[in-house]
Design a protein around this ligand. Structure first.
Ligand SMILES: O=C1O[C@H](COP(=O)(O)O)[C@@H](O)[C@H](O)[C@H]1O
Length: 230
């Protein structure tokens, strides 16, 4: 897997945003639209803030979530709440084509199936142009968390975790859907991620992130996180 290392987390965010903007232009020139899924947590928001400033044909960009906590609308735990904060006042906000995960639905299984069908409809073949991923210090990615039954799901593209994780059940894209993406962009910053970055690059199947396909993937990271790569 290709790895691009930069001197700080801020530069990673700027460079990752530039990379996504290039993919947006390239795909729109080729086929008229761009489909992407964005992860949550804490790392992505600096990158999204940068990206949202770009002068791009946003009406042709279709944005999905990689994962979401089962929590009320506007709750600070929700990835969507953080996404809205990051794009507030930007060029993107008025022209946003966003598909939020319907985590407040009465029937969550139905909401998962519906989300997958939105992805299939917008992509035509289920393959998102780009999926952005992060990694946790325990090696989780998306909401594919250690020891959860969601790790075994191969017949659905979107599902709910079997257990609560950090206090919440979650909805997440699953391995089969993530692994068929045209491009996977890992954005990994912070010294505390160094061990997991090394294990990811060695395709360590003992961590959830290690089972993500690396053929069409690249990592943007900072020197501190890359320090332990063997
Ligand atoms: O719980 C989550 O954590 C991972 C990693 O987040 P980070 O801020 O440490 O990069 C994230 O990719 C995932 O979407 C999120 O729900």
């Amino acid at each position: 897997m290709e790895i691009r290392t930069f001197e700080s987390a801020d530069v990673v965010a700027t460079e990752a945003a530039l990379y996504i903007a290039d993919r947006i232009r390239e795909n729109i020139a080729k086929k008229g639209i761009f489909t992407m899924a964005i992860s949550g947590g804490r790392t992505p928001w600096a990158m999204i803030k940068e990206l949202a400033k770009a002068d791009l044909p946003w009406e042709k960009v279709f944005l999905f979530q990689v994962d979401e906590r089962i929590a009320p609308d506007a709750h600070p735990d929700r990835n969507l709440t953080q996404l809205f904060k990051a794009i507030e006042g930007s060029k993107l906000v008025l022209r946003l084509n966003l598909f939020p995960m319907r985590v407040n639905a009465e029937d969550l299984n139905e909401a998962c199936a519906e989300y997958e069908s939105h992805i299939n409809r917008m992509t035509g073949n289920g393959k998102l142009d780009l999926i952005h991923l992060g990694i946790g210090t325990d090696g989780h990615t998306a909401s594919l968390v250690p020891d959860d039954p969601i790790l075994e799901v191969m017949d659905k593209g979107v599902d709910i975790t079997g257990n609560t994780y950090q206090g919440r059940l979650r909805m997440s894209l699953t391995y089969p859907l993530i692994n068929q993406a045209e491009k996977i962009l890992w954005v990994i910053t912070g010294e505390e991620k160094a061990e997991m970055l090394d294990r990811l690059l060695h395709r360590d199947h003992a961590i959830p992130a290690g089972k993500i396909d690396q053929q069409h993937a690249l990592v943007f990271t900072e020197e501190l996180a890359a320090a332990k790569i063997k």
